[in-house]
Design a protein around this ligand. Structure first.
Ligand code: NAD
Length: 486
């Protein structure tokens, strides 16, 4: 039986309490292995190791040395690409075709991108006059923030974790990572890669476990963590912010969304359908940036609905190793229960179910998996919970609109503000509408196109702070101003 342990101070260790939980394959409901659950003792050991490493060799390394090691970490992931791919697909059930293009390569690339970026970011300098005429010079330097607590979700486990660990380490911090209890494996494996790459012991630590009253809460309650970076649900973000307030620690929060797609009659319909299909159904709808509300200008509404329906019905539902499959299961039966409760609610609220709405028939060996049908609704009221809550499943509601103003108002009508996609061939309209959407990321005629140098994050209840490019450096470093009187 496979056993997943914590990685603390360069060693894999079990929990002193002996507490463990099951790691389940969501494609068939079978046990993959058992995972040690960290208690306060393991979290404390990990934080102490991270603190010691900060003062030790990692803190004394030059930028070039650190950067070279992080390049080796990326190379190390790529050298074990198939192993990482197997592990990610086993934990999440996602198609190999997706994880081999997105999760693993981008998970590795996060180390190289930030290792290079830290070397080329300038700081500021100001000359100032003084009353005695000699003047003074101010210049800024960046220093690591310290020990960073990283808490990550299950939807893109390696990618979203390294998106934080990459820049945190590049800036000279040390980390204690708490991956999602649903997807513990690739984060655990990264410990081996770190060791092989020459990352000093204690720089990268992993504690496994749940959120509340478990490893996550123990980590956010630990007084010797300097800052937290979190990706997950908005409600969890609120708890983490509360915990971080004690001791005035910084928190970067990448939270939930209920993202709108706006499809104008002057769009290129092929592009809009292709992009909306991906944004609603990729990763079985478990992408924070995904579109769950689609607003379509009335003249093309019927055609759009018919074509999206066809696209959804053409998706191939299947296990990771089926090369044809492009729709895997949800991450767990618990997540399926949540998604199916919204499928039921849509019916109760009077939706027209355009397609899907239930559980697909699967072969016997997959029947225990967390499968759901891709689902499209029309006809719901704007205040139905199906239209206002983040469902995080392969589904969307489509509603017609008549004017640009109405489309913008609908897009901005919820407390979330993560992402939006606009489909139009009219460039003036694209600029005009994009400028008015209340979201951190707005795509025009595309979706999920990410330049890692650009700012990433949510507005309103979708988050606080921006990561990506120099914005990651803002969070993972402390800027100091040094003033020299001449
Ligand atoms: P979640 O909030 O349930 O869990 C995320 C992590 O937080 C897990 O590791 C979990 O164990 C931990 N956690 C839970 N309660 C905690 C507590 N009280 N204290 C400390 N840690 C705690 O989120 P999830 O279900 O794993 O992920 C899906 C959510 O993540 C969705 O809402 C999605 O929109 C969001 N998400 C956002 C982004 C983004 O960049 N904005 C990206 C991906 C996912």
């Amino acid at each position: 039986m496979k056993e997943i342990k914590h990685y603390i101070n360069g060693e894999y260790v079990g929990s002193a309490s002996g507490r463990m939980f099951d790691n389940i394959n969501p494609a068939n409901g079978k046990l993959i292995g058992r995972v040690h659950e960290a208690g306060e003792a393991e979290v404390d050991a990990a934080v102490k190791a991270a603190r010691a490493a900060l003062k030790g060799p990692w803190g004394k390394m030059t930028l070039d040395e650190r950067s070279a090691i992080l390049h080796r970490v990326a190379d190390g992931i790529n050298a074990r690409f198939e192993e990482f791919l197997d592990a990610e697909c086993l934990d999440t059930g996602k198609p190999r075709s997706m994880a081999s293009h997105i999760d693993i390569p981008r998970g590795a690339a996060n180390f190289k991108v930030f290792a290079d970026m830290v070397k080329s970011v300038p700081t500021e300098s100001f000359e100032m006059p003084t009353p005695d005429g000699t003047g003074a010079i101010n210049y800024a330097v960046r220093r690591p923030k310290g020990v960073i607590g990283v808490i990550s979700p299950w939807n893109l486990p390696l990618l979203l974790m390294t998106w934080k660990v990459g820049p945190a380490l590049a800036c000279g911090n040390t980390v204690v990572v708490k991956p999602s209890e649903e997807t513990p494996t690739t984060t655990a494996m990264l410990g081996e890669v770190m060791k092989e790459a020459g990352v000093p012991d204690g720089v990268f630590n992993v504690v496994q476990g749940f959120g509340g009253n478990s490893a996550g809460a123990f980590l956010t309650a630990h007084p010797d963590v300097d800052a937290y970076t979190f990706t997950g649900e908005t409600g969890t973000g609120e708890l983490i912010m509360q915990a971080a307030a004690k001791g005035i620690r910084d928190a970067s929060l990448e939270l939930g969304g209920k993202n709108a797609g706006l499809v104008f009659a002057d769009c290129d319909m092929d592009k809009a359908i292709e992009g909306t299909l991906r944004s609603a159904f990729a990763n079985c709808g478990q992408v924070c940036l995904g579109t769950e509300r689609v607003y379509v200008e009335r003249p093309i509404f019927d055609e759009f609905v018919a074509r999206l329906k066809q696209g959804a019905e053409d998706l191939v539902i299947g296990p990771p190793d089926n090369p044809a499959s492009n729709l895997g299961p949800l991450v767990s039966l618990k997540q399926r229960e949540k998604v199916l409760s919204y499928y039921q609610k849509a019916v109760d609220d009077g939706a027209t179910v355009v397609t899907g709405g239930g559980v697909p028939d699967m072969p016997e060996e997959l029947a225990g998996g967390a499968w759901v049908q891709p689902t499209i609704w029309t006809g719901l009221a704007d205040d139905s919970a199906v239209v206002t809550d983040e469902i995080f499943g392969p589904c969307c509601h489509i509603r017609p609109f008549d004017t640009e103003e109405e489309a913008i108002e609908l897009a901005n009508s919820l407390p979330y503000g993560l992402a939006s996609a606009i489909w139009t061939e009219n460039t003036s309209r694209a600029h005009r509408v994009a400028g008015q959407i209340e979201a951190g990321i707005i795509w025009v005629n595309s979706w999920f196109l990410r330049d890692l140098r650009t700012a990433f994050g949510g507005s309103k209840q979708s988050g606080i702070g921006r990561e990506g490019g120099v914005h990651s450096l803002e969070f993972y470093t402390e800027m100091k101003n040094i003033c020299i009187k001449l």
